[in-house]
Design a binder for this molecule. Structure first.
Ligand code: BMA
Length: 365
């Protein structure tokens, strides 16, 4: 009888749990679970705005505490902050975009404390050739780092460094800070060594499976939400062609830059498909990288980006970096004095967009 009640109790418990979405990692930390649920809820309330390296530098400045080009323009921080770990695998003290990893750790901590969300990309070295992430001279790299491949041990060393960094991301209280991790991105194109023409679909999926299971099971990393992020695509089938599995992925996303007049139509089509896939799978949907001619088009933010994405329930759109040492015109985020500055303020004030203060308000409720 006692066992029967225990059984009943367990069944009720499981049913209650079954109703609540959980991330792909069965051992996800409570903070990762909370982030996942918050993001799922928020994606029906508004579109968060993100900016790459937002606190590290901006147009013509570098490393000024508390500064952000976005904040300079609208008075608020982005809700999502992107960080890049390229060159961490080489044991270098700073990233390929010249940001010290110790500083990145501090920025991540600040963002988390203030209610923002951190996402990490990794343009890492081609292990087979020793070239950069953009070295596409060999189509053997992915196969060579899978189990049994000649560079597999080296890949594990890279992942050990990655895991050590991830496990160093803690609050003052010692709690691991949940992170959206977005490796092997833009793989529907062929400009990175993991791109479409550089490896088979099976090898690409195997790369994901090995990477996630190694981080989870061997390195005991359980505070990451994993993001699958393509470049442009035309159909749902194409989008999912290299999808590694619902048991590995939490965020379905894509990158798309404005390179011409067909942008709104393409962005709209991709957003529609990804929002549908996210809803069907019960995952988070996002535009993980975007950017447009904001130095030339004074209404790009509202007329192109916002009006195209408005109909869809997506979690966030992140624009790429405002490199401090590049011409101002190459910046993807707004900056004080750029042609689309006033339009960005309109974009900020629109009820559809969510910045750090909005996210803090929603999460407090
Ligand atoms: C690219 C460019 C590069 C940068 C890389 C990694 O899109 O911005 O300058 O090094 O991303 O962040």
């Amino acid at each position: 009888m006692k066992n029967f009640f225990l059984f009943l109790f367990l069944c009720i418990g499981m049913t209650a749990q079954a109703g609540k979405p959980v991330p792909s990692d069965p051992k996800a930390t409570p903070e990762a679970v909370k982030l996942y649920r918050n993001m799922l809820n928020l994606q029906h309330k508004g579109l968060m705005f993100g900016h790459q390296d937002a606190l590290a530098y901006g147009t013509k400045w570098y490393g000024e505490d508390g500064r952000s080009d976005v904040k300079d323009v609208c008075g608020d921080y982005p809700a999502v902050f992107g960080w890049e770990l390229g060159h961490l695998e080489l044991g270098k003290p700073y990233s390929l975009d010249s940001v010290y990893f110790d500083k990145i750790r501090g920025y991540i901590k600040k963002v988390n404390k203030e209610g923002g969300i951190n996402t990490i990309s990794w343009h890492f070295t081609n292990l087979f050739t020793g070239g950069s992430a953009w070295d596409v001279s060999s189509n053997k790299t992915v196969a060579s780092i899978l189990p049994g491949g000649e560079k597999h041990e080296l890949y594990k060393q890279y992942l050990d460094k990655l895991a050590a960094f991830m496990l160093s991301l803690k609050t003052d209280q010692g709690t691991l800070i949940p992170i959206l991790f977005r490796p092997f991105h833009e793989h529907t194109g062929s400009w990175f060594w993991w791109g479409k023409n550089l490896c088979s679909a099976d090898d690409y999926k195997a790369l994901w499976r090995f990477t996630v299971t190694y981080l989870r099971d061997t390195k005991n990393v359980h505070h990451l939400l994993y993001s699958y992020s393509t470049d442009r695509f035309n159909t749902t089938e194409e989008y999912l062609d290299r999808y590694p599995g619902d048991d590995l992925i939490d965020v379905v996303a894509f990158d798309l830059y404005d390179r011409g007049p067909e942008y709104s139509a393409t962005l709209g089509n991709c957003a529609k498909m990804v929002a549908k896939i996210a809803a069907e799978k019960g995952k988070i949907g996002a535009v993980s990288e975007a950017g447009g001619p904001i130095a030339k088009n004074p209404e790009w933010w509202t007329k192109v980006l916002l009006e195209t994405l408005r109909p869809y329930d997506l979690s966030y759109v992140l624009v790429w970096r405002n490199a401090h040492n590049n011409p101002k015109e190459s910046a993807f985020g707004p900056w004080k004095g750029c042609a689309s500055e006033q339009d960005f303020v309109k974009f900020y004030n629109d009820p559809k967009t969510l910045f750090q203060k909005d996210v803090q308000k929603v999460l407090e409720k």
